[in-house]
Design a protein around this ligand. Structure first.
Ligand code: 13P
Length: 264
């Protein structure tokens, strides 16, 4: 599979400021030891907690590592105590923003309509969105995973301005695989990625090119099998991104598969 890949570390609500800086510095230092990594082919992103965005931005300055935010509000400003808007994130150097993460759907009650508004707010502010979709365990057990993910993807992405699709990344994160150590098998993930890819293609030719990355217990020892699957364009990494060595190993896995894919 050709095309650009993405590996983003979602640090969630982890790290102190000092730990965030050390982690970001460790990532950029170790990335230099990965000969297979071409930053133009594999985009590497770090998504620290909001208060540490600028510190992480400074720690990666001069390196081809993107600053990513974990969420944004749907409005650009207003009386929304405690929230952070997309233009605010853009103003501190954020390049991309995650919207619709399952933890926000679950703990902050976000629905597909709100995810769509956040996505549009991100695009409007010049941030490229990473849209998360994924089914819960009961939904998979009931055989409803495709229907659930289809509704989420349609809600977030159907009928966008065609040019916007070039800026979007979709992350398929089955909820049952997040933080559980129980990753989807490469076959399960690959099947869903190809399903999502087909659905996106039905939204128009530009949407057919949207990369779909996988998230859910991605580790150095399972990335090769995942990255080898047709339709898996990288990884959104939680727990394993909190340690520079394991995160960079995952980048290495994706970079090596990208190279192998480009050769075949
Ligand atoms: P884990 O890698 O810890 O399962 O988290 C995945 C995730 O939610 C990334 O956004």
């Amino acid at each position: 599979m050709g095309g650009r890949r993405y590996v983003t570390g979602n640090w969630k609500m982890h790290t102190s400021r000092a730990e965030a800086v050390a982690l970001a510095s460790g990532v950029v230092a170790q990335l230099q030891q990965v000969p297979a990594w071409d930053p133009d082919v594999v985009r590497v992103g770090l998504a620290p907690p909001f208060p540490f965005l600028e510190a992480v931005r400074d720690a990666v300055a001069g390196h081809p590592v993107e600053l990513v935010a974990q969420d944004c509000h749907a409005e650009p400003r207003g009386a929304f105590t405690g929230w952070v808007s997309a233009p605010m994130l853009a103003s501190v150097g954020v390049r991309r923003v995650i919207v619709g993460h399952s933890e926000r759907r679950q703990h902050a009650g976000e629905d597909d309509a709100l995810v769509r508004r956040k996505l549009e707010a991100a695009l409007e502010a010049g941030l490229d969105p990473v849209v998360c979709v994924g089914e819960q365990l009961a939904e998979r057990d009931a055989g409803r995973h495709e229907a659930v993910v289809e509704a989420q993807a349609r809600g977030a992405l159907e009928g966008l301005d065609p040019a916007a699709y070039a800026r979007v990344v979709v992350a398929y994160e089955p909820v049952w695989a997040i933080g559980t150590g129980r990753t989807a098998t490469p076959e399960q993930a690959g099947t869903m990625h190809r399903f999502i890819g087909g659905l996106l293609a039905s939204f128009g030719p530009q949407a057919a090119g949207v990369p779909v990355i996988y998230g859910g217990s991605v580790k150095p020892d399972n990335i090769d099998g995942l990255a080898r699957q047709d339709g898996i364009a990288g990884a959104l990494v939680g727990g394993a991104s909190l340690e520079a060595g394991s995160f960079v190993q995952i980048v290495r896995g994706v970079a090596e598969q990208a190279r192998a894919g480009a050769r075949s």
